[in-house]
Design a protein around this ligand. Sequence first.
Ligand code: PMP
Length: 526
Amino acid sequence: MSSPAGGSVFADRVLNDWLNSVGLGIEYSRAEANTLYFVDEDGEEVPVLDHVCGFGSLIFGHHHPDITAHAKAALDQQIPVYVPLSRQSHANDIAAVLNAILRREIPGGDGDYAAIFANSGAEAVEICVKHAELERRARIAKLTEEIGRNAQEAREAVAAGRATVAENPYIQLGREGGETERLEQLLAEAGRRNADLIAKGPVHLALENAFHGKLVASVQLTQNPHWRLPFTSLASSTRFLRADRPEAMKAAVEELRTSLLDVLVDDGVVTVVERDFPVIGAFFVEPVQGANGMRPLTEAAAREIRAVCDAVGCPLIVDEIHSGMGRTGAFFAGSHMGLRGDYYTLAKSIGGGIAKNAVALFHRDRFRPEFEVMHSSTFAKDGFSASIALKVLEMLEADDGRAYRVAAERGDRLKEVLTTVASDFPDVVDAVHGIGLMLALEFKDQTRAASEPLREKAASGMLGYCVAGLVLREHRIRVLPVGPAGNSVRFEPSIYLTDADIARTENALRDVCTILRAQDGDRLTP
Ligand code: PMP
């Protein structure tokens, strides 16, 4: 955050000022396991317990010695890192492991998914958007081919005097002209209407308070209006559905229903019929909604989402960028609620805390092989991050999945403590959400607090950040708020969280709760 005296600040000027204002403007100098370090004014290294862990990208913590050693060895061996358009078998090695895990964890899953690699989570999501559109375009092409054939049959029937053109509720026909003119008039208008619909982009489905990234297409799948609304003109729109009302999903989807006009010759009469148009591109779902305060999907919602996708014929895209890679006690969080996807996305922890990597997986029944060359990126599938990914997967799968069991056990332990704090402070804590090492403690709304500073901070959405600032200042623990109102504190540490870490966390949270109970707003001001 410091810049040369008198020097201009070119990066993060606004961001750093804001971080300072809430007490989070610390520059860390070292990181190890669940600990970040900064150097204080006396030159002393100060440890900070990190509950954010790279927004959940550090299942094995900062600089796991085995991952670091593996990375060093790979560099010492001068492994080829950037050799695009050559055979890169590491891509298949990673995909083979992921497919084996899918086969094991996902009910009804056959583990036959093709992999396309990316550099970030949002890119993996955008790859899915593109592939879903390819699928949709193929369905539209098939439909328009049929419609074209039917038009030709109608033309032949009318020309041969075998059919006449009936009035229809869709297109009003002029009275003049013979049957041929009337048919051509009908086909021209139907063609115009169909072309308008076909030229439009798809509508995507996602859940309320979803987070799927911040690139051009993916930000439209992320509900937060501040991030999404300025860019709606750039990409397809999204219909956000309520995860807590699965029974209402089908009706919401029905509202989007639209159709192309087709003609059929029936008993000597040309009639107009509607053909269901594939307006929905895909349904994007996080099995645990991280940005929504770590809320896992219910089994009922998972079932209904699968049913909606099957009915509509669109792919179900399970975004495991945050929840995948073992954090919830299984490799795929969706396995807890029996969610089977047509596509999957993974990122974050697949980079082992030192590389950037992401992957999108497509079920073979849907995968369009031409996509392998239609999407590429200079850095994607590089040898270094692939080598790290294979190491991370080996570590996760070792000892019959010990890492998953540890994630579940550590998560349960932390959740137990958070739940105790919640029940001791029912006046200030609303609930504890989450599963495994993807947890959140939700505070009660303070927009009507007795304390003015508390009220103000809550109204501006800053209360969570000020809580994080206090916890950092006074307890040397790094937490951040999460959730649409910023009322929750997120916990997504590595599997190396100790009992002592949990005890410190409990102590800090009890302190925060005591402050909120006493309405001591001044203590939250840095
Ligand atoms: N999807 C989900 C569920 C995420 O949690 C995130 C990142 N928090 C993304 C997509 C975007 O990933 P990235 O930040 O790597 O672009």
